[in-house]
Design a protein around this ligand. Structure first.
Ligand SMILES: *Cc1c(COP(=O)(O)O)cnc(C)c1O
Length: 398
């Protein structure tokens, strides 16, 4: 497919591989293995002399279509789909690291990623140092002789903090250490980290790429030298592969990704502006608000702001939970990127398993709530949040 096509065109057209039946929509190949014409052909495929599918733990045509399409959107040479976002992070770490290696990671990353680094990779001899996301000098100061990976999310979940990817990548490139960016929050619609100098992109396709809360999936993207040579062997032999069915769902999700993300960002910005003037709210974190400390960086680095809002209420856990429990429309669930708006209390859910110190370092406290805006009517969302927030105001004045 012509890589000069716009993102809109690539999202619906890239990666299609038609069968002999000339189907228009992408086919779903539910098969675990593929048949050979002869023993010689089987041997040639297994040895790698002849290209082609062998077994769906390695490759599957529906999964390949999803990988090709996502690669086109991210501007990546290669893409590997995985069973979940965490499987993508694990596969990237297993592909790039060995015992004795060291990661420099942002303090503000997904809770399960912190657990993966601190509790699981640590058992295999990989250590991690956490740094302030926006502080490029701190990243470089944390480098040790055994550092083999930089790892971040921007904007961070749930604090909405950013880093200047191009500025950081210039330094990490000079150090010769791969920079891995989890692009789950932005998707290629808002930000393409590889074009800014990152070496690998991670996706939790579970979020915006599915966008309808149905399946888990993930991906690792970047140059073939990293993705095919280092990460593919992990997939083939450790097996965190994406299922063909999930790939098919995600492939169709990509077709509407841009429309959804743009609509959800616009709605989130309007909701953030409304929250900002509510007396029960002490702070709103959204990169589209001029009050965001990195508003200008967000405008320069991203093609839109964010569908996710973090905000604090006056008080602590009790007050935050009261807002959650007053919701009748917003779903109390930790998923995000869905067409259905979700609300969560990060300190007791997504970031509940890390220590209070790690939480404080990640900028999360008990009064914080995260709303991931979907496609419902804005006034309905405001009315749902107003029920709990107005309740807090009347309690305070009583
Ligand atoms: C959800 C999420 C993940 C993990 O993805 P799963 O598909 O749930 O395994 C990783 N990074 C970020 C930023 C996420 O929001």
């Amino acid at each position: 497919m012509n890589p000069d096509y716009s993102l809109d065109t690539l999202a619906v057209r890239a990666g299609i591989e038609r069968s002999q039946f000339q189907e228009h929509a992408e086919a779903l190949y539910l098969t675990s293995s593929f048949v050979f014409h002869s023993a010689a052909e089987a041997a040639a495929r297994f040895s790698g002399q002849e290209p082609g599918n062998i077994y769906s733990r390695f490759t599957n045509p529906t999964v390949t279509m999803f990988e090709q399409r996502l690669a086109a959107l991210e501007g990546a040479e290669a893409c590997l789909a995985t069973a979940s976002g965490m499987a993508a992070i694990l596969a990237a770490c297993m592909g790039l690291l060995k015992a004795g290696d060291h990661i420099v990671a942002s303090r503000s990353i997904f809770g399960a990623t912190i657990i993966l680094f601190n509790n699981l990779l640590a058992r295999f001899g990989v250590s991690t140092t956490y740094v302030e996301l926006a502080d490029v000098d701190a990243w470089m100061a944390a480098v040790q002789p055994n550092t083999r990976m930089f790892y971040l999310e921007t904007p961070a979940n749930p604090t909405m903090e950013l880093v200047d990817i191009a500025a950081l990548a210039q330094r990490t490139r000079a150090a010769g250490i791969p920079l891995v960016v989890d692009n789950c929050f932005c998707t290629p619609v808002l930000q393409r980290p590889l074009a800014l100098g990152a070496d690998l992109v991670i996706h939790s396709a579970t979020k915006f790429i599915d966008g309808q809360g149905r399946v888990l999936g993930g991906a690792v993207l970047g140059p073939a030298a990293l993705v095919r040579d280092k990460v593919l062997p992990v997939l083939r032999s450790a097996g965190p592969t994406l299922s063909a069915f999930n790939a098919w769902v995600l492939l169709k999700g990509l077709e509407t990704l841009k429309l959804r993300v743009e609509a959800q960002c616009a709605s989130a910005l309007a909701l953030a502006q409304w929250l900002q003037q509510h007396p029960a709210v002490s702070r709103v974190l959204h990169p589209g608000l001029p009050s965001h400390p990195q508003f200008e960086l967000a405008a320069r680095q991203q093609r839109g702001s964010s569908a996710v809002i973090a905000f604090n209420v006056h008080g602590g856990r009790a007050q935050a939970w009261q807002v959650v429990d007053a919701c009748r429309l917003l779903s109390i669930t930790a998923n995000l990127g869905d067409t259905k708006t979700t609300i969560t209390h990060p300190a007791s859910t997504t970031h509940g398993r890390i220590t209070p110190e790690e939480r404080a370092a990640a900028g999360i406290d008990e009064s914080m709530l995260r709303v991931a805006v979907g496609l419902e009517g804005l006034d309905d969302l405001k009315a749902d949040l107003a029920r709990g927030l107005d309740g807090l105001v009347s309690q305070r004045s009583a």
